[in-house]
Design a protein around this ligand. Sequence first.
Ligand SMILES: O=P(O)(O)O[C@@H]1C[C@H](O)[C@@H](CO)O1
Ligand SMILES: Nc1nc2[nH]cnc2c(=O)[nH]1
Length: 330
Amino acid sequence: MMMIEQEDVGATTPIHKLTNGNSNNGLLTNGHKAKKDDDKATYKYTYEHLAETAKYLLERVPFRPKIGIICGSGMGSLAEALTDKVVFPYNQIPHFPESTVEGHAGQLVFGYLMGVEVVCMKGRFHHYEGYPLWKCSMPVRVMKLVGISHLIATNAAGGLNPKYKVGDVMLVNDHINLMGFSGNNPLHGPNDERFGPRFLPMNRAYDKDLIELAKKVWDDLKLGPIHEGVYTCLGGPNFETVAELKMLQMVGVDAVGMSTVHEVITARHCDLTVLAFSLITNFCATNYENQSEANHEEVMDVGKMRQDTLATFVQNLVLRIKKLGYPGIK
Ligand SMILES: O=P(O)(O)O[C@@H]1C[C@H](O)[C@@H](CO)O1
Ligand SMILES: Nc1nc2[nH]cnc2c(=O)[nH]1
């Protein structure tokens, strides 16, 4: 059987090579033995490898999750309310990367949220940690393989829309894949149809029914105003310059962060129904007079400040999704 094997010598410069299918022996096709911890090598991320990861998890979890939740910076407490938890530190899961950012515990937590079977990523992977985008979003494929049909991706973001205040929530109704403009995309490289198609539409990436449902849940809980808007992801780790923020505002960005977009692309590729929201953790200054500077401590503090509200919101949301029979794009 012919297989495609890929060495990724940089985030965007793969070398594809055809081999005789013997891709699991740690030997790259140039004859060099791959280092076990070689972060650049996609040979660990074939469908078979991720199926192995899923099998490892499923053998240790007595139920199948329906909804995956990715906890944004400082929002790990969303996983606290889970019952009958089965917790996997990332460094114990076969083929999983490790979390290196403060506010991202690095655990995959299975459990019940309001009686709904879920799996929570307490900690995500970012490009600025040194991971290529396909690696940042590989857990999405793993969650798909363990059974989820719906993904709730959360993030901390800077607010560009002047109507937003720190602590507000924005339901993402679209994104601008700025990193993708330069060819940096999580689907870059050979496509495996078992995950999804080579070319995929993104115009309905954020499920409209789920957005309406989320708004209704938020309103029913009387949690105050909630926004809908456009998110963009920059590579980070630095926050933006004034000129960059002015440009983003001009092209219609409401909130800016360093994640989510590649996860959503990967999720839609494997046909997951997606809801995403941003917690606005800081205001983005689009003029030079403003002396305030964005910082990660503030981001995490706002996460803490809003954790109870967000937990209530997400708990009620998953319950409603289940009650409605898991609606969304199929
Ligand atoms: O993981 P998210 O996108 O929630 O985290 C944002 C982006 C950076 O990782 C961090 C900056 O404070 O917050
Ligand atoms: N890029 C970016 N990411 C963030 N995450 C939280 N706040 C911000 C921000 O202002 N900019």
